[in-house]
Design a binder for this molecule. Structure first.
Ligand code: TRP
Length: 468
């Protein structure tokens, strides 16, 4: 069941089309590049456990809420929330929950495109066969000298953005949708193969211990916030995407079942990526806390020593680029749609303008890695050291804007919108509906608030006062 509004942009042709598009947006660098390295930096098992709990208790209910807002509102994120706020006779200020998503995905894309550029470079690098038989230390040095070269990073990220501009500027692109149909399942199979290979050739048990045996002494409060923020990041929540994709969802599709399926695929890819990477990290004596370069210094080692490694390695990076690309498209879409809607720009010029400005903003990321003095610094935000513009943009979005955006969405859907409307859209069995409603009204807001209060030290203060 659904409201009576119509989408002026058309609808997905089927449930499957929506699942593929939304999974394409969810699965990306976040799963394969970011999840392993932040898990590595935050002690492994305990971080993974908190992350999985966040996906289950917060991520899935929030995803359902966003798709619900989109399908009911049938417009871009800010406008959908505004329409539903009017329907609920509440303040139209709630639309900020939609707009903040637009800003977040814009900021994210300004570093995402640079990292996608690394992956693109590694397609050619791996294909050249240079990694065959290369010692582990040299693979690391190779990566180090690549990211220290700003011109190279500027060019590779320009290519990523240019292709994104080209495709998005043309509107819906059949070729891409078709390509994704094949590439997403192949990425999954290849990742599975990689995990088996690295399990057989690396330190499998040590990796499993690291990923699944929680050691809470290694988890800081900031680690908990990062796990929460990454659950939002990885599922593409609080960034407008699920609202705009939900706006094109046909009325008879079950929002609950579909959201759960997308979240499951996303989580499976992330865990597989960890299983492909950590056996090598431990087997070759590399550092799990290596940081953003982790997959670029571990996977080439495996490709360099496995049979047909050059072929598999090249394929792997091609798929990683595609996974990043389907996410980049979803990220740029909200800004482009907004420029077209309110500034009266043509779609092509809106995309070009957005892409160019993203490339410029991306220079802050490029020089963060190239180590330019003006792009690196020693800051401390809420107890977390922030040392470059890349880290700043990443922390500001994932750790702060996404959880707070998610909080607004939860409160809006759980407390402001009427129960009748959400029940009608979700059309689930009563028990399932009640579980969702409890999660969105209580668990999400309370969890996000507690994590933030804890971070700014309010809870410590509180317990000190009580203790006295
Ligand atoms: N989920 C994407 C990934 O894991 C990143 C992402 C965050 C995203 N917000 C988004 C993608 C919004 C598309 C739209 O790589």
């Amino acid at each position: 069941m659904s409201g009576t509004r119509q989408s002026v942009h058309g609808l997905w042709s089927s449930r499957l089309a929506f699942i593929l598009a939304a999974t394409g947006a969810a699965v990306g660098l976040g799963n394969i590049w970011k999840f392993p390295y932040i898990m590595g930096q935050n002690g492994g098992g305990a971080f993974v456990l908190v992350y999985l709990l966040c996906i289950l208790l917060i991520g899935i209910p929030v995803m359902m809420s966003e798709v619900l807002i989109g399908r009911r509102g049938r417009q871009s994120p800010g406008h959908s929330v505004k329409t539903l706020a009017l329907e609920a006779k509440a303040s139209t200020r709630w639309q900020i929950a939609g707009w903040s998503g637009l800003v977040a995905s814009y900021l994210i894309l300004s570093f995402y495109a640079v990292i996608a550029g690394w992956a693109l470079y590694y397609v050619f690098k791996t294909a050249s066969g240079i990694f065959v038989g290369m010692p582990a230390a040299e693979v690391g040095a190779e990566f180090g000298s690549f990211v220290a070269n700003p011109i190279a990073l500027m060019c590779w990220s320009a290519i990523i953005l240019a292709v994104t501009i080209f495709v998005v500027g043309k509107g819906v692109h059949k070729g891409l949708e078709k390509a994704v149909n094949y590439l997403m399942p192949s990425l999954f199979v290849l990742l599975l193969l990689m995990a088996v290979y690295s399990g057989l050739n690396g330190a499998f048990l040590e990796a499993v211990d690291f990923m699944f045996k929680p050691d809470f002494s290694k988890l800081t409060m900031n680690g908990v916030l990062l796990a929460l923020g990454h659950a939002f990041f990885s599922l593409s929540l609080a960034s407008g995407a699920m609202i705009i994709y939900g706006a094109y969802l046909p009325a008879n599709v079950s929002i609950a079942k579909t959201s759960i399926l997308i979240a499951l695929c996303d989580t499976a890819v992330a865990l597989l990526a960890g299983l492909a990477i950590f056996p090598l990290v431990f087997g070759y004596g590399l550092a799990p806390g290596e940081g953003p370069g982790l997959i670029f210094v571990t996977l080439p080692i495996a490709f360099g020593s496995m049979p047909f490694g050059t072929l598999f390695g090249t394929l792997f990076f091609v798929m990683l680029v595609f996974a990043a690309f389907t996410s980049a498209i979803a990220m740029i879409e909200s800004t482009v749609a907004w420029l077209v809607e309110t500034k009266g720009m043509k779609r092509r010029s809106a995309t070009l303008f957005t892409g160019l400005s993203l490339w410029l903003l991306g220079l802050l990321t490029v020089f963060s890695f190239a180590g330019a003095g003006w792009a690196t610094f020693e800051w401390n935000i809420l107890g977390k050291p922030i040392n470059s513009f890349f880290e700043l943009k990443d922390y500001l979005t994932s750790a702060i804007m996404l959880p707070i955006g998610g909080l607004f969405i939860a409160v809006f859907v759980g407390w402001v919108m009427s129960e009748k409307v959400s029940a009608e859209e979700l059309a689930s069995t009563n028990a399932a509906y009640q579980i969702w409603r409890f999660a969105i009204r209580w668990i999400t807001p309370i969890a996000v608030i507690i994590v933030f209060l804890n971070l700014i030290g309010v809870l410590d203060l509180f317990s000190a006062v009580i203790g006295k």
